[in-house]
Design a protein around this ligand. Structure first.
Ligand code: C2E
Ligand code: MG
Ligand code: MG
Length: 712
């Protein structure tokens, strides 16, 4: 036996097993390790005292060195059995070397197997223990997180409930219990589909819910109302999530509910206040605007809409004479009567003051609205009891019924409003149906009326002057100031377009003051330029102006400001201004007369006239209406001529001068002159014109119309 033999054996051994186990080791290193085991085996086989357990130890060592591949042992044992005996040449005599090798092989196998078994037991044990440890940790973590979630669940301020897919509630936290007034046990008896439905839930609520249960969506949120256990109602902000199992199939549902009843209540209250009149609890103007907005929002199609605009007649009198409480009482009664006249879909609203509106959707024609207006008038016919008084209250109604496509909310309301005013003018206590043509005219009138005051400020008005001429000498005595409006869109408007409007709206007071001041300034200018030849200016006064006690002071001040003698000013007023029982106008007139201002009774002969009455009037002149001039022009003027002659005589007898208006022809001029008329006015002398035209006449200083009757 040589050492070289051992090394070679170890090398062969290494070669046999090198690929059989997982130990990553170089063959050289392996061979040197196996060389040690080879020495042991050879020594054991040659020992005097044979110990087969050396083989066992070698098996154990192999396992310890991780040579445990399935082929390793087989290759090893085969090599040892076959080749080891070759190393045992030096066996002492009597030693059965082959037998010893066989025993070594057997015990090696046993050692190997035993070691291998022990090692896998150890490994399993380690795995098992690690598993136990991991499970314990996982359980602890789970318990901790469950506890955390449980605490969140129970303590949450927000209501949380869990239910299965059939809707059976399986858990509900304390906030949920408080919110609904159910105990935990009661809650877990409930089913969502029976207990959580509110009759006013939109269909979409439960469609969405179905989608969630069927796994078509994973959550939804909405505001939803519920009944509490005591029957009360709560509003919640609801958010529901679907929880799926590991395979992704719907497993159960979790609902979070926040009680928003308070917020809703506040919101409702604010909304209610925003859309209702506090006195009558009717809808207000805002609501009407909204409703009309909705009606006109959709496609117009053939839809029609109707509107009644009501204004109580003489409400102000009730308020002023019986007090505001009585007025309020009256409005409330009217509100409830109107409500009774209307069906559910019709909107009754108080627009403010004593104005009400009824909006009717989807009317079939004007007849619908006429019927409604009749019903309202009938309802209002009953006297209304307020305190101890039985009041007969009537109302004026403007009724509009139009195709939605033909109008818009603003125009509809305005048309109804304007139509209501026509009902007032036509005698009140009635309804008037809207008439588009008439309406357009009135809209124009309204526009003028509404913008007039601003127009005075902006200087859109101006005056023209028309000569008042002595008929005997045809010398310029005075000029009548006639107002015009240079309107930015309508052009120059004559007084017939706006004087009545100004009188209705009251702006005649401001406009009149402006005319007076402007005319007096002009009079001053003529005085400065022409001295004694300057004409007096004659200014028209509307009846309304005579009701202003300030008029006297205004006139006095304007005269003073312009350093004018009162006789340089004439004021023209019509008989109409002095009709009626009131003493005011006459008092004002007397004061003006006492100031020394000339007073002319304009358009005399057109209305109610009463000669004896003239006696008590503080006036200086009669202006005969143009109709007399027309009469005198006729082929048989005798009767007219006599009447005019008589009038002139009476006037003169009363100390009044007489002016004839509307003289257009030399014939008229001659006939008026013949009966003694003092002055004349008309196209024959000059039409109304700018102040400069009067300047020109004054500069010419010659008669205005020669004997042949031709105007200069
Ligand atoms: P009025 O006071 O009777 O004024 C005379 C009207 O007759 C003027 O009409 C004048 O242009 C017109 N006229 C003048 N010559 C002739 C003629 O030969 N033939 C005919 N057919 N008519 C003639 P105008 O300027 O349109 O004024 C109409 C009315 O408007 C005035 O009637 C007066 O009542 C009122 N008015 C004019 N300016 C004022 C004003 O400043 N204040 C007030 N309150 N009313 C005014
Ligand atoms: Mg006049
Ligand atoms: Mg006149």
């Amino acid at each position: 036996m040589t050492h070289v033999d051992h090394e070679e054996f170890a090398w062969r051994w290494a070669e046999a097993i090198v690929g059989t186990s997982y130990v990553p080791i170089e063959r050289r290193v392996l061979a040197s390790r196996l060389l040690g085991l080879t020495h042991q085996l050879v020594e054991a086989a040659l020992a005097v005292e044979f110990d087969p357990s050396v083989g066992r130890q070698v098996g154990v060592d192999m396992v310890a060195a991780h040579f445990t591949g399935t082929e390793t042992l087989r290759e090893t044992l085969a090599l040892i059995a076959e080749e080891l005996p070759g190393l045992l040449d030096s066996a002492p005599p009597g030693v059965d070397a082959a037998g010893r090798v066989a025993q070594l092989v057997a015990s090696m196998a046993a050692g190997y197997a035993g070691a291998l078994r022990e090692r896998s037991l150890d490994e399993q044990d380690a795995i098992y223990r690690a598993g136990l440890r991991a499970r314990r940790q996982a359980e602890q973590a789970l318990a901790a997180s469950e506890a955390k979630f449980r605490a969140m669940f129970t303590e949450a301020a927000i209501g949380i409930a869990i239910a299965d897919l059939e809707g059976n509630i399986t858990d509900a936290n304390s906030a949920m219990q408080r919110m609904f007034g159910y105990t935990y046990d009661e809650f877990t008896q409930l089913n969502i589909l029976s207990a959580m439905v509110h009759p006013e839930d939109a269909a979409s609520v439960w469609e969405t819910y179905e989608e969630l249960i069927r796994g078509k969506r994973d959550h939804f949120r909405m505001e939803k109302r519920y009944y509490r256990s005591d029957g009360g109602e709560i509003w919640t902000h609801l958010s529901v999530s679907l929880v799926r199992d590991e395979a992704g199939a719907p497993a159960y549902q979790v609902a979070l509910l926040e009680d928003i009843s308070e917020r809703r209540r506040l919101q409702n209250k604010l909304e209610y206040q925003a859309y209702h009149d506090p006195l009558t609890a009717l809808a207000n103007r805002q609501m009407v605007t909204e409703r009309l907005g909705q009606i006109f929002a959709g496609p117009a199609g053939h839809r029609r809409v109707g509107l009644c605009f009501l204004d109580l007649d003489g409400f102000k009198v009730v308020n002023d004479s019986l007090g505001h409480d009585a007025g309020d009482q009256l409005l409330k009664t009217v509100a409830s009567r109107l409500t009774r006249c209307c069906s559910a879909g019709q909107l009754v609203a108080r627009m403010g003051g004593d104005e009400f509106v009824i909006v009717v959707e989807d009317t079939a024609g004007a007849a619908d609205m006429a019927a409604l207006a009749d019903k309202v008038l009938a309802a209002m016919a009953e006297p209304i009891r307020v305190g101890d008084h039985e009041l007969n209250v009537t109302t004026s109604i403007g009724v509009v019924e139009l195709a939605v496509a033909d109008t818009n909310p603003e125009d509809l309301l305005q048309a109804a409003d304007i139509t209501m005013y026509r009902a007032k003018r036509d005698g009140k206590a009635r309804y008037v149906m809207y008439d588009r043509n008439r309406n357009e005219r009135e809209v124009a009138r309204f526009t003028l009326s509404a913008t007039m005051l601003a127009a005075v400020e902006r200087g859109e008005f101006f005056l023209e002057y028309q000569p008042l001429v002595g008929l005997a000498d045809r010398v310029l005595r005075g000029v009548e100031a006639l107002v015009r409006w240079r309107h930015p869109t309508f052009g120059v408007l004559g007084p017939e377009r706006f004087i009545d409007l100004a009188a209705e709206s009251g702006s005649i007071v401001q406009l009149g003051r402006w005319v007076l001041a402007r005319a007096c300034e002009q009079a001053r200018a003529w005085h400065d330029a022409f001295g004694a030849a300057a004409p007096f200016v004659s200014v028209n006064l509307a009846p309304r102006q005579l009701h202003e006690p300030a008029l006297v002071d205004d006139v006095a001040k304007i005269l003073l400001d312009n350093r004018l003698d009162p006789s340089s000013l004439q004021l023209e007023l019509t008989e109409q201004a002095l009709m009626g029982d009131e003493a005011g106008p006459l008092t004002v007139l007397t004061k003006l007369h006492d100031l020394g201002v000339r007073i002319a009774l304009d358009d005399f002969g057109t209305g109610y006239w009463n000669l004896p009455d003239l006696r008590r009037l503080p006036i200086t002149e009669l202006k005969l209406a143009g109709s007399f001039a027309v009469g005198l022009q006729s082929p048989s003027p005798l009767a007219d001529q006599r009447i005019v002659a008589a009038l002139v005589d009476v006037a003169h007898a009363l100390g009044l001068t007489v002016t004839a208006e509307g003289i257009e022809t030399p014939t008229q001029l001659e006939r008026f002159r013949a009966v003694g008329c003092d002055t004349g006015q008309g196209a024959l002398f000059a039409p109304p014109g700018a102040a400069e035209e009067i300047d020109a006449l004054l500069r010419a200083a010659s008669p205005l119309c020669d004997v042949s009757g031709e105007s200069l």
